[in-house]
Design a protein around this ligand. Structure first.
Ligand code: PMV
Length: 366
């Protein structure tokens, strides 16, 4: 098991002057939710373990061009969004560079041009921080690998996930694998608070090409950011029990992913989504991120499931949008439900069809 210090490189065997990499990283949707950080033990250390499906279509594609520079006094980078300079993204990258400098000591030796774009519409209410931080971290690891070609594949992916975590916690689950566990859990071998690991058991075929249709209920800026929400779990009246429950739910879900029991899957996943929002509603100060249409959609899904016995369920992230999860065999039925009953609750009728994916991919032809 790695500790933070193992990610501090010792010496590089190669020198590299200029180059360019390109990676695409997907978004992910948590089934057991990460909500709350441990206090005083480093950055982005989760208070409980989480598990997610990696998505396939909602991605950030980032190219990183670099050239060695003379002075090493500070960071030097340009940030482009869809090819155009984007000044307001820069402070986040600057802060990320400062945080990871000890693990990537070459950062001050290069001038970088970071060019990034998302496959999902801008301001769709889908957070791009997970896919964005993962894609940037993959590129930085490609540069480290060029400087140190002997690096193992395991180290490459573990450290990429470790860096992504420092950028935005859940980003560490967007690196590799269809199902990813992040956070120490007694019964998940290799699990750690430091980075995400691929779920190591065979996943039942019920989950093959599992579908996630994201209904865009509210595309606006959230009233309470995730980082504020995580912090409100400190001294939260129900926090300790919630963290234990996440461990229990991860155990249950691990079994379900292997035996394919969709009823159990639905029960765990929906309870996790509502518990996440219950934690928000019972924080001090309390807040609500769901909108009336979020509840309308949930009720319609329940009614449809009761009437048709279709194994479809919902989950929520830290916002009003609803992720509808269902097996590939239910695609036709759920697509009908969305078009006839649910699309009216989406802002401008917008929704995004996605499904389970494999993680970050390098584009070697750029
Ligand atoms: O990675 P963050 O800090 O944006 O937190 C993500 C929190 C949830 O999306 C609500 C849950 C999760 O595990 O992804």
């Amino acid at each position: 098991m790695f500790s933070e210090n193992d990610f501090i490189p010792k010496k590089f065997s190669q020198s590299v002057e200029t180059g360019k990499f390109e990676w695409s990283s997907p978004s992910n949707i948590a089934l057991v939710k990460y909500w709350g950080k441990k206090e005083g033990v480093g950055q982005q250390i989760p208070a409980n373990p989480s598990i997610s499906f990696t998505l396939n279509n909602c991605k950030t594609i980032t190219t990183l061009a670099f050239a060695r520079k003379q002075s090493q006094d500070g960071f030097s980078f340009e940030l482009l969004f869809e090819g155009k300079p984007k000044e307001d993204f820069k402070p986040k990258i600057q802060q990320f560079f400062e945080r990871v400098l000890v693990y990537l000591p070459f950062l001050k030796e290069y001038h970088f041009v970071i060019d990034t774009q998302n496959t999902f519409p801008h301001s769709s209410g889908i957070a791009s921080s997970a896919s964005g931080m993962a894609a940037l971290s993959m590129n930085l690891m490609s540069l480290e690998k060029a400087l140190n070609p002997n690096m193992t594949e395991d180290y490459f992916y573990q450290k990429a996930s470790f860096l992504a975590r420092l950028g935005s916690g859940s980003a560490c689950r967007s690196v590799k694998g269809e199902v990813v566990v992040w956070g120490n859990h007694d019964n998940v071998k290799g699990s750690t608070d430091l980075y995400g690991v691929e779920f190591s058991h065979r996943i039942h075929e019920n989950f093959k090409n599992f579908q996630d249709t994201i209904l865009l209920v509210d595309k606006g800026e959230k009233q309470v950011s995730s980082s504020v929400g995580h912090n409100l779990m400190h001294n939260h009246p129900f926090a300790e029990r919630r963290f234990e429950q996440a461990h229990e739910n991860l155990d249950k879900l691990s079994k379900v992913l292997q035996d394919g029991n969709l009823d159990e899957f639905i029960a765990i996943v929906e309870s996790e989504a509502l518990t996440l929002h219950a934690m928000m509603m019972t924080s001090l100060p309390y807040f609500i991120l769901m909108k009336p249409n979020t509840l309308e959609i949930i009720n319609k899904i329940w009614k449809f499931r009761n009437e048709t016995k279709t194994p479809v369920c919902f989950t929520l992230d830290a916002g009003a949008n609803v992720h509808i999860l269902y097996p590939e065999t239910a695609k036709e039925a759920v697509s009908q439900l969305i078009k006839t009953e649910l699309v009216g609750y989406c802002q401008n009728g917008h929704y995004i069809c996605d499904q389970i994916g494999i993680g970050s991919i390098e584009n070697k032809n750029n």
